[in-house]
Design a protein around this ligand. Structure first.
Ligand SMILES: Cc1ncc(COP(=O)(O)O)c(C=O)c1O
Length: 1013
């Protein structure tokens, strides 16, 4: 291992002075004159005036209970000092999150802002860079596993396993039960147990044989026989939590014989050439699905996250439809209208944004950027490097086992069971004492696995090996054992059981071996195909595409943070725990609520935590009949999908509807009070809670939120606020006073962690005092100067295998520390001001939606549509009405911008969210562009037939891509696609009249200007 342990100031890899947004106070580049001018344009006195329509009783105390902002250099020193509080030691912990050498390409790709900061590739013509990085990931994983379909990532191994369980139930009708071998990692099991609570899913855990450390297929068979026809799947690891290689062939064949699905849990690093057998070759026909963790393919442990949950399903002549029951995103091969080969997201009709409560999962933001990095890292290693990394761990483990068991009283716990790169020792002392002695000498010797072995006397230690440890680390381990247990005596050493050939890979993976330089150029070129909020307004409503400070990434990349294993002793993790503690406390201050959990890893998972907390609260009060969740029709798709996942399945029994009950909107787009009252009246004692987005997805603050909350509370229910739009109100509105019981804060929106082409997101969930005792994971308490994890007394369990996406907590913390209490209020006020300013410049050209909400002030975003006369004109030009708004979105790409959010939540709407990250001049340019787009369409509606024109590819034929589904192919070299016709950077700076001419020319339309001249 090679790490920064000194409290040194690591140099910045960028020049902040060359980045105007980076050095601007609170990352707000608008000058005081800009702000004064913008306020004047919209008729507001000052920033506070922007919130005057909201009940003043809901205001946050001023000043906020947060510290003052830090200066840029001070901030950097502060973060370096906190990172240095972690004690990074050579480690043999592994245990499902091993550490491998991080390939150099990872640092390079992580600095490509057009890849890190761009959005989910919903506009494929402007996202071929992201799509290609995702494609490479899918293809590389496909080669390693033998599976044809690899989804683009789930949160981590634990939630991937939960998703596979749910998928198996969907695929096997009339079932409700899955067998999971107890030899999976305990952290994963805890997540599964938490997530199945209050759902119809049953999971039966089959213990392994304490003598062999393996699961016997016969024990599984016996259990399966008891379950009978209700069994949907058997899930088992390839390398189990005791390091032992399971009988994957026996377990897969058993599943096939019983006609249930087999779900293999794998570590992709171990499937390289000369490694373990890929899951497609398990048993006679291969496993049906696989899941696993791949964080270590891309990055260091980083106190547990962001993780990379991998998921694969067979997609071949035999199983063409299973993929449709799976969760998450896929990228597929496509062609554009001109026949160019390209990529696009496919199968989205299964996802929450389209299928809502019938979606296959609630996942929205996934771990996309980790997938990008994992793909790049696999390619840098290539065939040779992957083989070497995989073999190094195995050879070191086999050698270490022979040496360590040569000490008096030390033996392999399962001498007859084969292992690969991890093994368990029986010690003559307790494993805890061994670990403590190791720490004193500067070693994390391993993990105490005694609780995983029935009858253990507390003396079982597991050690894990990889290419990260240095030869000196191994020598230090051997010296420590000699010190603790006396000299080696070769005659008593255990010889590790040979690994049967049947458990090993026989064919090469066949990965290419590009040079690092070639790869760096390749990824840099891919990045150029995207756009980033760095360069100009990225107006995606609901997504808050604001500026992501470079210093956040700098802080998250400090090795004091990245090299810490999440199972390190709390005394060695004081820096990381301090970050978690502070951010936990700050979010109490930001929301006005009593408790905070930092464990959830995305907004959708935050929603799930909220609903699980509601269920636990009602259960604790003996009110188990609360089976209804109220959700407004206009809510984000995740709200509906989450409610279903939590167990609020929409169904009718004995004439009574249960599950999700929809709420109507009034003519201003806010919750319709009369029908809400009626629903409360009729459903009262069955209401578990309500989920409301505020400001809502139309950018309108729900003025009667508090009244709604009171009505729900009076009925015994609880209130969830979807906090995706906190960028409009953070620091101004006290959610506690407003009646919120739980709220998620999407860190990748308001709190500036980059979107990464679709993820990882992150979510901090704040709760009212009613729910504090039920929070998941650990709370961080401060005892004197020490930070200690404490499990809440009625905790719902865990939703992440460790501490959540820790790296993202560092980013958000860094942002908050720079903003300070004043900056938070200024940030949200500027977001509202920018939005109202742009709206003002568009209001003579475009109608706003909802149509009758004219006078209602919009917050940080707003929805426009086209005048009816323009719709008609476009229809007359041959474009069906349903296609018009998405096509208008494409025209934004020709002007160097990303499209606004199209057709959500209003089918004929374009939702625009400018954010606080731009100057008045930039907002003026954007507003002028939007007006020019209207003029262009009015003059030449047919331009929409061919838009976009300057992206690397023309419009993509998504229908054909979904029909002829191709989601992987072997990578033999780096695939090349077309480059930019005109880079967005040039487009946003081009004279608008000239640009219009260019568009008309590219569309093959004779321009008016050309005719006149
Ligand atoms: C209103 C709203 N709710 C929930 C979510 C889901 O958040 P995440 O993508 O972090 O899961 C989003 C994401 O776009 C959103 O806009």
């Amino acid at each position: 291992m090679n790490t920064q342990t000194e409290n040194e100031i690591v140099p910045l890899q960028y020049d902040p002075d060359a980045l105007p947004r980076e050095k601007a106070r609170h990352y707000i580049p608008a000058s005081d004159e800009d702000i004064a001018g913008m306020l004047k344009t919209i008729g507001a006195k000052d920033l506070k005036d922007l919130f005057r329509h909201i009940d003043p009783n809901l205001s946050m105390p001023d000043p906020l209970p947060l510290p003052e902002e830090l200066g840029y250099d001070e901030l950097r020193e502060h973060l370096v000092a906190i990172a240095a509080k972690n004690r990074i030691l050579p480690s043999f912990v592994g245990d499902g999150l091993p550490q491998y050498r991080v390939p150099e390409i990872v640092g390079h790709v992580s600095a490509l802002r057009n890849l890190t900061t761009s959005y989910t590739p919903y506009q494929p013509e402007r996202s071929q860079g992201t799509l290609m990085t995702h494609w490479l990931y899918q293809c590389a994983l496909s080669q390693l596993t033998g599976f044809e379909a690899i989804n683009l990532s789930l949160y981590d191994r634990a939630t991937a396993l939960f998703e596979a369980i749910s998928c198996a139930l969907r695929l096997t009708r009339g079932t409700d039960t899955v067998i999971v071998t107890q030899s999976v990692f305990p952290g994963d099991l805890e997540v599964i147990r938490s997530l199945i609570e209050d759902t119809r899913i049953r999971v039966i855990e089959v213990p392994c044989d304490p003598a062999t450390g393996r699961t016997s297929p016969e024990a599984v068979r016996a259990q399966a026989n008891e379950i009978g026809g209700r069994l949907a799947a058997i899930a088992f690891p390839q390398v189990n939590a005791l390091g032992v290689l399971e009988d994957v062939d026996g377990l897969t064949d058993l599943a096939e014989e019983l006609k249930v699905k087999s779900v293999a849990i794998i570590d992709p690093m171990l499937l390289a050439t000369e490694g373990l057998k890929p899951p497609a070759q398990f048993g006679k026909s291969g496993a049906n699905m696989f899941v696993g963790e791949a964080q270590h393919l891309a990055i260091a442990p980083t106190f547990g996250g962001p993780g990379l949950g991998i998921f694969g399903v067979r997609h071949n002549a035999k199983t063409r439809t299973d993929i449709r029951a799976t969760p998450g995103r896929y990228v597929g091969r496509a062609r554009d209208l001109d026949g160019r080969e390209c990529l696009v997201m496919v199968l989205s009709t299964r996802e929450q944004h389209i299928r809502r409560e019938k979606a296959t999962s609630n996942i929205c933001s996934n771990q996309a950027f980790l997938a990008t990095l994992a793909g790049a890292a696999i390619l840098e290693r290539g065939e040779k490097g992957m083989t070497a990394a995989c073999r190094t761990g195995m050879e070191r483990a086999q050698k270490a086992a022979a040496r360590l068991t040569a000490h008096e009283g030390v033996a392999l716990a399962f001498p007859d069971s084969p292992f690969f790169n991890e093994f368990v020792l029986t010690l003559p002392i307790s494993a805890d004492d061994c670990i403590a002695a190791g720490r004193e000498l500067g070693l994390h010797t391993g993990v105490n696995v005694s609780s995983r072995i029935k009858g253990s006397k507390g003396n079982h230690l597991k050690l894990s090996f990889s290419d990260w440890q240095s030869d000196q680390d191994l020598q230090a381990l051997f010296a420590f054992f000699a010190d603790a247990f006396g000299p080696e005596k070769q005659n008593q050493a255990n010889t590790p059981a040979p690994i049967p050939q049947t458990l090993l890979r026989t064919d090469p993976v066949g990965l290419p071996n590009p040079s690092l330089e070639e790869l760096k150029t390749y990824y840099s070129e891919l990045a150029e195909l995207n756009i980033s909020p760095d360069e100009g307004c990225y107006p995606l409503g609901s997504c808050t595409m604001k500026y992501n400070p470079y210093i956040n990434d700098y802080a998250a990349g400090l090795s004091g943070f990245t090299d810490l294993h999440p199972q390190a002793h709390p005394d060695d993790a004081q820096g990381s725990l301090e970050i978690l503690y502070r951010i936990q406390e700050w979010f109490k201050g930001i929301t006005g609520l009593a408790g905070v959990t930092t464990q959830p890893v995305a907004g959708a998972q935050g929603e799930l935590v909220g609903l699980k907390l509601f269920q636990a609260y009602h259960r604790a009060r003996g009110e188990t009949g609360r089976d209804i969740i109220l959700i407004p029709r206009s809510a984000h798709g995740t709200n509906f999908a989450t409610a279903t996942m939590a167990g609020f399945e929409s169904k009718t029994s004995s004439g009574q509807a249960a599950g999700i009950v929809l709420l109507d909107a009034d003519e201003t787009g806010q919750v319709e009070m009369a029908s809400l009252r009626e629903k409360i009246e009729t459903l009262g004692p069955r209401i578990s809670g309500i989920m409301i987005t505020n400001p809502n997805t139309g950018g309108i603050f729900e003025a009667r939120f508090r009244e709604i909350a009171e009505l729900i509370h009076d009925a015994g229910g609880l209130v969830y606020m979807d906090g995706a739009n906190m960028n409009a109100i953070a620091g101004w509105i006290d959610l506690g006073t407003m009646g919120v019981d739980a709220v998620h804060n999407n860190l990748h929106k308001t709190w500036t962690i980059p979107h990464g082409g679709g993820g990882p997101g992150d979510a901090i969930v704040a709760v009212s005092d009613k729910l504090v005792d039920f929070l998941p994971g650990a709370q961080i308490a401060k005892e004197g100067e020490r930070y200690v994890p404490v499990i809440p007394k009625n905790s719902i369990g865990s939703v992440h295998r460790h501490w959540g996406n820790f790296g993202h907590k560092v980013r958000a913390y860094t942002y908050l520390a720079r903003l300070g209490r004043e900056g938070i209020k200024r940030m949200s006020a500027m977001a509202v001001l920018s939005s109202r300013y742009v709206a003002k410049q568009l209001d003579e050209t475009f109608p706003f939606l909802p149509p009758k909400a004219g006078e209602v002030p919009r917050m940080h975003e707003f929805i426009i549509t086209l005048p009816e006369s323009l719709f008609k004109k476009i229809e007359d030009a041959g474009i069906p009405r349903a296609n018009i708004i998405p096509r208008v979105g494409k025209l934004f790409l020709d002007f160097g911008y990303h499209a606004p959010t199209v057709a959500f939540p209003e089918v004929f709407g374009l939702m625009i969210e400018p954010t606080e990250s731009y100057t008045q001049a930039e907002l003026d340019r954007f507003s002028q562009t939007v007006r020019d787009i209207a003029r262009l369409i009015d003059d030449h509606p047919e331009v929409l037939k061919t838009a976009p024109h300057f992206t690397p590819i023309d419009r993509v034929d998504e229908v054909a891509a979904n029909r002829e589904l191709l989601v992987s192919e072997p990578i033999r070299d780096l695939p090349r696609g077309p480059g930019n016709r005109i880079p967005p950077r040039e487009l946003v700076e081009m004279d608008l009249t000239k640009l219009r001419e260019k568009i008309l020319e590219a569309a093959g339309i004779k321009s008016a200007a050309a005719t006149n001249s």
